[in-house]
Ligand binder design. Sequence first.
Ligand SMILES: C[S@@+](CC[C@H](N)C(=O)[O-])C[C@H]1O[C@@H](n2cnc3c(N)ncnc32)[C@H](O)[C@@H]1O
Length: 260
Amino acid sequence: MTAAAAVRHWCTGLLRNAAILAARPLALAAAVAVLTLIPHGAANADGHAYRKVAPSADGIGKTYMGREIAGVMGWQAAAWLERPERMQEERPDLLQAELGLQPGMVVADIGAGSGYHARRMAEAVGKTGTVYAVDVQPEMVQMLAALARDERYGNLKPVLARVDNVQLPPASIDLALMVDVYHELEFPFEVMRSLVRALKPGGRVAFVEYRAEDPNVPIKPAHKMTEAQIRREAAPHALAWERTSNVLPWQHIVVFRKKG
Ligand SMILES: C[S@@+](CC[C@H](N)C(=O)[O-])C[C@H]1O[C@@H](n2cnc3c(N)ncnc32)[C@H](O)[C@@H]1O
């Protein structure tokens, strides 16, 4: 069985067990109810405020630097991340070539989901390297743990993030990748602050987001970002823009390097 098929099988198993999780919606509804009572107007450490707005269809009703944050893609949709047509739509092979990964590197896939990119990163950094596969949903982390039991991905370390912290060791990472993730971070400032701490001096972070500048990219607006917005939101952190690549069909790759 291929790794992608194994992940699909795993997702199906999880869905079959959905009854066990039947109590979750109630807990989630209660959590959402509590969260909506918390004002989002408080400024973060850099003085940028989260603001509460009327939620759009795909947003969470909270803005950061003028952008409404999108809702998190639930683990129930993990099989969608493994869809075969993604190879043509997103060209993960071209993305990997752009990242310039080398054997022995320590890298992180932030918001790794089913491990679609983490698997490719694990092959690129080899047995002497490490891939931290980080996600905030425990069900996604279970899928990543299943991958790590496959000897081909023995260098993959699953990590359960907090909603505001990537939970990685300080100054440990050569490159962090975020594919279709940043726009749905509930606490983008805090997550980026924790991620920059985890980068080695000179380490890189690559944002991969659907291009909002291009109306022909068939993705809902809340799940797209302009390059200008990405650069605006990176500006409060100790990051220097390095380059932007548009080799992918629908996404841009915007790369920053940690200063100092
Ligand atoms: C659209 S999926 C993309 C998954 C993967 N990067 C890919 O391209 O296949 C977004 C993922 O980000 C995760 N995520 C959302 N907020 C997060 C956070 N604060 N920390 C870590 N992961 C997060 C979600 O749980 C979900 O698995």
